[in-house]
Design a protein around this ligand. Sequence first.
Ligand code: GDP
Length: 296
Amino acid sequence: MAFEGLTGRLQNVFSKLRGKGKVSEDDVNEAMREVRLALLEADVNFKVVKDFVSKVKEKSIGKEVMDSFTPGMVIIDIVNKELTELMGGSQAKLAKSNKPPTVIMMAGLQGAGKTTTSGKLAKLLQKGNHRPLLVAGDIYRPAAIKQLQILGEQIKVPVFTLGDQTSPVEIARQAVQHAKDNNLDYVIIDTAGRLHIDEELMEELKQIHTVTNPDEVLLVVDAMTGQDAVNVADSFNKQLELTGVVLTKLDGDTRGGAALSVKAVTGCPIKFAALGEKIDALEPFHPERMASRILG
Ligand code: GDP
């Protein structure tokens, strides 16, 4: 289960607070010291933790909270609200172009879950009565085209491919035209990933961006990789102007660092969460629900 360690530790801190009829400034300081350690252990970015704790402290230490009937509960509520804020506050919705098709470019490192997520997103859009087109733009990983075709067949969504001999930039260009010609309203472009960020990959992504002028550039990151995921998001964002992040593998035993740091570090909202390998294991990301889940 994701966040298990963090949830357990936070619950410990809060049960101590809740047990007190009166909460002193020292109690708050002690609780925040423990919250700080719990977040660091969950691999949350150091600066994010520092800012978070100081905000919660500032709001908690004051006559109003300390004199309240249930100070412990009020402080827990403050933590809940600040966690929600940390993850973006409210749900960041997927863009919808006034001039269809809406073009979504998927980016990310190899193995993050890009191809799988493209299929899942197509399925989600289809459920919302849209007509998506999947585009096989990863021509370097031998199985990627086939993988997308199988996903497309499974959910009955068309897959646009020109094989692996045409450049991804040209494939993307023709795919958008194909969507226009066939009245398809969303284009989801699966792009190539590498094991590490490299110049060539970025250059290709930038060219696809120029040619298709996407409404969304979604970076798919593996939540299990914690701060690495955040660093990857930061580097991509500096070069590509991401519009959102998809966190995958939240069904695993991820500690929470990526979910809690990525928005604060990059400014990019998390738009979707993937919670499994199955085609319907993708959900719009709701910061408030995630905060409640983390608090347990
Ligand atoms: P890509 O290289 O980024 O296109 O990655 P793939 O889409 O091929 O995914 C890599 C692996 O991660 C595959 O085995 C997927 O089934 C798996 N995967 C993707 N998303 C999730 C997820 O949310 N949870 C789990 N458990 N596995 C996932």
